[in-house]
Design a protein around this ligand. Structure first.
Ligand code: PMP
Length: 454
């Protein structure tokens, strides 16, 4: 048994669904055979190989919450670019902004009036921060860490076991037998990451305290909810403890809202009154145009200004050439003012609640030892009992074989969910019938996995 499911059932489902996927996508297969060789390992981005299907989909179009693939299938998209398209594919205000800006140039390393308006909107939406633009959340986190080390004068980063904040070297550590160790699998890693980072368990206040008491921690970098393994919610008082302890020990609190922006207007921080020193959000913040923003409180900005007065002249180690380009500002302004609205979040919340209730009911009906977690528009089914407390429990809750078979089976029934975890997003464009279709497909798959065949 894996995750309460008989192994032969999992194998049978995986085999049947892989066969069906391959048989129904002859054009995709032929196109890949003819044209994928130029790419390393056949894909332009290595993790496109990590989807569970026998070969990747080739998408021809995406609109709202629906994709069309090369073989002509319409697919209800609950992956939504793993949050990049959380507000739907090509939201109208963003598509219009792109068309307008396309006539005025794409990148010039100078701001626009849209940049000035977007700055004000960022403060209105997320709080009184002094902002910078990056192109990815990875970069935003990287730059935020530099500032944290600069203003505190301390060397180390504290992250939680099982976290993901993009491909930021400093965060690529984990807990192994109670000690911080480099994460397994890092390609070409030569620097000793344990010299610059400490990993402790999420929800473990005493471990956070002990790490901070060393006096070496420049910043705690955390998501409000761990979303990158199986979802782990913060226990009551955990965020208060992080805030109080980081203040007491002179470390900055960096909150990465790249996924938890699903929580509601202003992200989890606004909805739950967190008070980070540095706020980071990427992916969907400009409606799918590659953009991330990171902002520091006026106090941190003042400390950073003082630091800069004494810093030797030379490269700061922050910034990339295409960041803060006018297309980003156009899309950022459009998203903040017309897409990231209360009405849209209300729709997302309602739909996600429907989805979460439906999946939960199916799990109960089939007696699966599984559970469902939701953070606003973000829903996840986890093939283990819950709630989960930390990254170690989240890693143990993964059932990759079961999950892969379910993902392919869902896709064969017209529903795409996120790979790597069982994550589903409800966008402003997602319709009730799409949600009900996903619930019905999930229920049908569970009927097979948990069939009583005495
Ligand atoms: N922060 C979090 C919480 C993330 O989940 C991710 C990506 N999944 C990132 C940062 C990095 O985003 P990007 O890959 O766009 O740099």
């Amino acid at each position: 048994m894996i995750a309460g499911v008989r192994r032969d059932r999992i194998k049978a489902l995986a085999k049947r669904e892989a066969k069906r996927f391959a048989a129904t996508r002859p054009k995709t297969r032929a196109a890949l055979e003819a044209g994928a060789d130029a790419w390393l390992d056949g894909v332009p981005m290595h993790w496109m190989k990590d989807w569970p299907m026998p070969f990747p989909l080739l998408v021809t179009k995406a609109k709202g919450a629906r994709l069309t693939d090369l073989d002509g299938y319409g697919i209800d998209d609950f992956c939504l670019g793993d949050t990049g398209s959380m507000f739907g594919h090509s939201p109208k205000p963003v598509a219009q902004a792109i068309r307008r800006q396309a006539r005025r140039g794409l990148t010039y390393m100078l701001p626009t009036t849209a940049a000035l308006r977007a700055g004000a909107l960022l403060c209105e939406r997320f709080g009184d921060f002094r902002w910078q633009i990056a192109t990815t959340a990875t970069d935003a986190n990287r730059f935020a860490l530099r500032v944290a080390r600069a203003v505190t004068g301390k060397p180390k980063l504290l992250v939680f076991n099982g976290c993901y904040h993009g491909t930021v070297d400093d965060t690529m550590v984990e807990l192994t037998n109670g000690r911080t160790a480099p994460r397994a699998g890092l390609v070409g890693q030569v620097a000793d990451l344990t010299k610059t980072a400490v990993s402790v368990e999420f929800n473990d206040v005493e471990a956070v305290r002990a790490a901070l008491e060393t006096g070496e921690i420049a910043a705690i970098l955390t998501e409000p909810v761990m979303t990158n393994s199986c979802m782990v919610l913060p226990q009551a008082g955990f965020h208060d403890a992080l805030r109080q302890l980081s203040r007491r020990h002179g470390a900055l609190l960096i909150i990465d809202e790249t996924h938890t922006i699903s929580s509601g207007l202003g992200g989890y921080s606004r909805v739950h009154s967190l008070s980070p020193d540095i706020f980071v959000v990427g992916k969907c913040v400009a409606g799918g145009m590659p953009t991330a923003v990171w902002g520091m409180t006026p106090d941190v900005a003042a400390a950073y200004a003082r630091y800069n007065e004494t810093r030797a002249p030379g490269h700061s180690g922050m910034g990339t050439t295409l960041s803060a380009n006018p297309m980003q500002f156009a899309c950022l302004e459009a998203t903040l003012s017309e897409v990231m609205t209360k009405e849209n979040y209300d729709h997302m919340e309602k739909g996600a609640e429907r989805l979460s209730d439906g999946l939960h009911a199916a799990i109960e009906r089939h007696g699966a030892p599984w559970h469902v977690v939701r953070v606003g528009a973000r829903v996840e089914f986890i093939c283990a009992p819950g709630p989960l407390k930390n990254g170690t429990e989240a890693a143990a809750a993964h059932a990759p074989e079961v999950e892969a078979a379910i993902h392919t089976a869902l896709l064969n029934r017209g529903c795409l969910i996120a790979p790597f975890h069982n994550m589903m997003l409800v966008s402003p464009a997602t319709r009730k019938r799409q949600i009900d279709g996903l619930i019905a497909a999930f229920d049908e798959i569970l009927s097979f996995l948990f069939a009583d065949d005495k």
